[in-house]
Structure formats: structure tokens, C-alpha cells
Design a protein around this ligand. Structure first.
Ligand SMILES: C[C@H](O)[C@H](O)CC(=O)C(=O)O
Ligand SMILES: [Mg+2]
Length: 404
């Protein structure tokens, strides 16, 4: 077969949808931006819950101010790749006024070089993750999508191919009992009480798990997600109070950088209960440090951790340590990665239906053809389309606030 001459990148463009200036409930990659009464905004415990006025709703403290960033990259043969993440209008500035210089004119296969230059050139303002890293991740994912679309290969094949025929999912949402009926292997619930609620909060949390255990039977996996809201003492008490109900893991109990705290929770946790975290860690170095704490599962979000290029490195760190890497639910972007990882035996599906009573595409409405699990599973054949196999929904109103 003749080797192909790959095209060069002609232009990168950045758009946003939703965020602080839009109507509530735009969804997209900013999946916390849902309509009122959605389970994802119903008194979920957060680092802000100790302030009464911000306890009931995460949107009240601004969890949905960023909005969706859409990065589109066009090659000189007219083929376009794209990706979405959570960085909105501010991400657009970073792409169009800074990162564009490392991208335009490069061959579509030069992803690693571009990734390294994006990381090094933003080191002075990127910190250890967050908005800037979300933006870099989005560009990296768009580059992989473009590379796949130019070579007519799905991203998972570019990575070396699938190590299993299907991905099986647990569901994150308020109704693990319904997730069980839908064929998922487990259900992860948010917590509603934190250290400011004292022992009453510990008892209420354990009662919620006990109730779900009753509804789901003895073997269905049940997990808790603390979304950075606890301290070591509260997390330890919750873990022990939930042990009789066979809680499988306790997730993201602490703020991301409290590595000593994670080490202590791991030491304190009942035997057999896993300690997990990682979705708000944003550099390879932070995952190396996290890995050393001994957490059982690292949970990077591929749209926030530095992109697919960094996720591959994180997975290698975890593999060498015998840890699992189970990405935070980042939809197609993680499906193409995890089907190639030997240390990801299952993955996350985040329920974005308002009552968590049916499956709905996680990034709805921004992607066309975004796969959703059927009977809790996605077969690799569903991923057999060039790039990440999705297109932008032309009905979503996108704004391009900056041009270079
Ligand atoms: C449900 C959690 O609070 C959050 O919205 C999502 C998350 O942390 C997860 O899916 O994991
Ligand atoms: Mg989580």
C-alpha cells in the first residue's frame, strides 16, 4: 500500500455555547448546566455547602458559568476535526490568541509536538489544572479527531486497537436502582451531607446507601461521590458507616491537592473498600503524586487532564503501579481510550436525564451520533467511524468571540 502524504493544518477556530451569558440549561460539555430540578443540582454536597445560601444548588455558586468550548481544526485538504470541553468563552481567547501559533502550518500527525508546546508555553499561567488545561485538552482532542478523520481511522485504532469487544459501564446518578434495571453494573450516588452536618450527616449518608442496597440487592455495585466536600475525619466515618452495605468505593472526598489526606483515607478505609479520585487533577505530575498516595482508581477526565495525549501517560503510570484508571465520564473521548487500556475493566456513564430514569447522551445536545450504552454496554463496532465518530450538531448556536 502506498504511504499517504498527510495534510497540513490550515486553521484553528474556537467557539462557545452556554455559560454565564446564556440561558440556563444549555448542557453540552458543561454537563452541570441543566434545567431546574435536575438531580445533578439537588443539594449535592460541595466545598461551598458550608455556606447555607449555596447549599441547595451548585448553580447558585456558579458551577455552570464556564459553558462549552468547541475547537474546530481544519486541514488544507478541507477535512475538519473538532472536540468539546468545559472552558467556554475564556477558552476561546486562549485558543485564538495563544495556542493557535503552535498548530497552524503543522502536519496533522504532529500531535505530540503540539501538545508539548501547548503545555510548556502555558506553564507560566496554567497552574496545576482547571480552565487552561481544559482548553489544552480540547485542542488535543480536536487534533486526534482530525488525525482520525484524515486517515479514515477511529481514534481507538490509531492508539493500537481494542483490548476488549465492549465497554461495560456503571452509571452516576441519583437512582442506582433504575440504573440496575437498565443493565449497568453499578451506580454511583452524589452525597448530600458534609463535615458541617456532623454525625447526623454521616448517619444520613449511610442511610441513603442502606436504602439503595435494599433496593438493588447484595451484589450490585454502589459507590459514593464526595465531590471534594469532606475532610479526612468525615470521610473515614462515612466509609465505616457504609461498610455494612458493601460500598464499593468512596470518591473524591477531598480537594484535589490534599495528597496526604488521600493517603490517610486510604489507610483508614475498611478493608476491601476502594478510595478513588482524579477528575479535578490537571497535570501528569499531579497524577504521579496521586498514584503514590495509593488510591485504588485514578479518574482523570480526558477533557480536563491535558487531553488524550496526557491520558495515555496517566494510564501508563497507573498500570505500572497496578492501579486502575477509570476516567471521569467524558463520553466518546474516553470510550476510544479505555477500550485500548488493559487497566480499565469498566467505565463511567453520567446520567444527564433529569431524574436519572433513562439514558441520554452525556453531552446532549452538542454532538450528533454520541453513543449511549445499551444494556449498560457499548460494543467496539459502535466506535468504528473516523476520528471520535461524532459531528457537531448544526442546531446548536455557537459564538466565535475572537479571531486571529
Ligand atoms: C455527581 C457528581 O457530583 C458530579 O456532578 C459528577 C462526578 O463527579 C462524577 O461523575 O464522578
Ligand atoms: Mg466524581
Amino acid at each position: 500500500m502506498e504511504s499517504k502524504v498527510l495534510p497540513k493544518i490550515k486553521e484553528i477556530r474556537a467557539y462557545f455555547m452556554g455559560g454565564a451569558t446564556a440561558e440556563k440549561g444549555s448542557g453540552g460539555a458543561d454537563y452541570h448546566d441543566q434545567q431546574e430540578k435536575h438531580w445533578i443540582d439537588d443539594k449535592i454536597c460541595t466545598p461551598m455547602s458550608k455556606y447555607k445560601e449555596y447549599e441547595q444548588s451548585r448553580q447558585s455558586f456558579g458551577i455552570n458559568v464556564l459553558g462549552t468550548l468547541v475547537v474546530e481544526i481544519e486541514a488544507d485538504n478541507g477535512v475538519t476535526g473538532f472536540a468539546v470541553s468545559t472552558a467556554g468563552e475564556m477558552g476561546c481567547f486562549i485558543v485564538e490568541k495563544h495556542l493557535n501559533r503552535f498548530i497552524e502550518g503543522r502536519c496533522v500527525s504532529e500531535i505530540k509536538l503540539i501538545h508539548d508546546q501547548m503545555l510548556r508555553s502555558s506553564m507560566y499561567y496554567a497552574g496545576s489544572g482547571g480552565l487552561v488545561m481544559n482548553t489544552i485538552s480540547c485542542v488535543d482532542l480536536a487534533l486526534w479527531d482530525l488525525f482520525g478523520k484524515c486517515t479514515q481511522l477511529p481514534v481507538y485504532k490509531l492508539l493500537g486497537g481494542a483490548v476488549r469487544d465492549e465497554i461495560q459501564f456503571y452509571a452516576t446518578g441519583s437512582r442506582p436502582d433504575l440504573a440496575k434495571e437498565m443493565g449497568f453494573i453499578g451506580g454511583k450516588m452524589p452525597t448530600h451531607f458534609g463535615p458541617h452536618d456532623g454525625d447526623h450527616g454521616v448517619r444520613e449518608t449511610a442511610a441513603m446507601v442502606a436504602d439503595m442496597r435494599e433496593k438493588c440487592g447484595p451484589d450490585f455495585w454502589l459507590m459514593l461521590d464526595g465531590w471534594m466536600s469532606m475532610d479526612v475525619n468525615f470521610a473515614t466515618k462515612v466509609a465505616h458507616a457504609c461498610a455494612p452495605y458493601n460500598l464499593k468505593w468512596i470518591e473524591e472526598c477531598l480537594p484535589p491537592q490534599q495528597y496526604d489526606g488521600y493517603r490517610e483515607i486510604k489507610r483508614n478505609a475498611p478493608a476491601g473498600m476502594m478510595v478513588t479520585t482524579g477528575e479535578h487533577h490537571g497535570t501528569l505530575e499531579s497524577f504521579q503524586t496521586l498514584s503514590e498516595t495509593g488510591v485504588d482508581i485514578m479518574q482523570p477526565d480526558v477533557g480536563w487532564c491535558g487531553g488524550l495525549t496526557t491520558l495515555l501517560e496517566i494510564a501508563a503510570i497507573a498500570k505500572a503501579k497496578g492501579q486502575l484508571v477509570v476516567p471521569h465520564g467524558s463520553s466518546v473521548y474516553s470510550h476510544h481510550a479505555v477500550i485500548t487500556f488493559t487497566n480499565t475493566p469498566f467505565s463511567e456513564f453520567l446520567m444527564t436525564s433529569p431524574n436519572a430514569d433513562h439514558t441520554r447522551a452525556q453531552f446532549a445536545p452538542i454532538l450528533l451520533d454520541e453513543p449511549v450504552p445499551v444494556n449498560g454496554r457499548i460494543h467496539k463496532s459502535v466506535l468504528d467511524k473516523p476520528g471520535f465518530g461524532v459531528e457537531l450538531n448544526p442546531e446548536c448556536k455557537l459564538t466565535r468571540p475572537y479571531q486571529h
